[in-house]
Write a protein that binds this ligand. Structure first.
Ligand SMILES: [Zn+2]
Length: 222
């Protein structure tokens, strides 16, 4: 599904643009919030030749993808009205421009990029980035909800919500966050993030934050 979506985006932008114009854009532009179509892009950071950070026993690209898939599963199971688009579903290299480009192309309502952290010295904890221009917006709200869940549901160290002029945050036209699940450079934290239990817990944090965000921004506006 996600792969075919990306193929559409990569290979037939013109044809698809016309198609969307003919069939969908009218509904899209006048759609009612809460009417059942909400597009969420889940972006598993790195992939392919870009492995991201490396822990002792794991690679960031693998952890990001597994967590992204766990989140996808939770949302698909609980929200039939939410369309989930994955920027990648396998170990593939995708440019930052294409990740944001896909989200823009499919007129997404929300963009969540999943990463794992690394530091030279000792460091621990979760953090979520928003674009500096997104202070006080829905992006910041979601970032706060995510950090709250990490802290109280998963009992992870909270490094807070931060701003960063990151490409996927800058280039996306919708509320967007980039979340760091923890430091894979930290032996203990890597163990947690790498474990099935840890990954499920972190994915649930993102899911619970999404639930709250969705309730606030979509359901309440019915
Ligand atoms: Zn990363």
């Amino acid at each position: 599904m996600a792969t075919s979506k990306r193929l559409l985006y990569k290979t037939f932008p013109f044809a698809i643009a016309v198609l969307l114009l003919l069939t969908n854009s009218a509904c899209r532009s006048t759609r009612q919030l809460g009417s059942g179509d909400f597009v969420l892009v889940i972006d598993a950071g790195h992939g392919g030749r870009d492995q991201g950070a490396a822990g002792r026993k794991s690679l960031e690209k693998e952890i990001n993808l597994k967590t992204a898939k766990s989140l996808e599963k939770l949302i698909k199971k609980n929200y039939k009205q939410v369309e989930v688009i994955m920027t990648r579903t396998g170990d593939e290299y995708i440019t930052l421009e294409d990740r944001a480009g896909m989200a823009n192309f499919f007129n997404a309502d929300l963009f969540i990029s999943i990463h794992s952290n690394s530091a030279r010295g000792w460091a621990e904890g979760t953090e979520t980035f928003i674009h500096p221009a997104a202070k006080g917006t829905a992006s910041e709200r979601l970032a706060n909800l995510i950090q709250f869940q990490y802290t109280y549901f998963a009992e992870r160290e909270n490094r807070g919500v931060k701003t960063g002029n990151l490409a996927v945050l800058r280039e996306t036209n919708m509320p967007a966050v980039l979340t760091e699940l923890g430091f894979i450079s930290n032996k203990e934290e890597e163990k947690f993030i790498k474990s099935r239990r840890g990954r499920k817990k972190l994915a649930k944090c993102l899911f619970y934050a999404f639930q709250q965000y969705y309730a606030e921004t979509v359901q309440n506006q019915r």
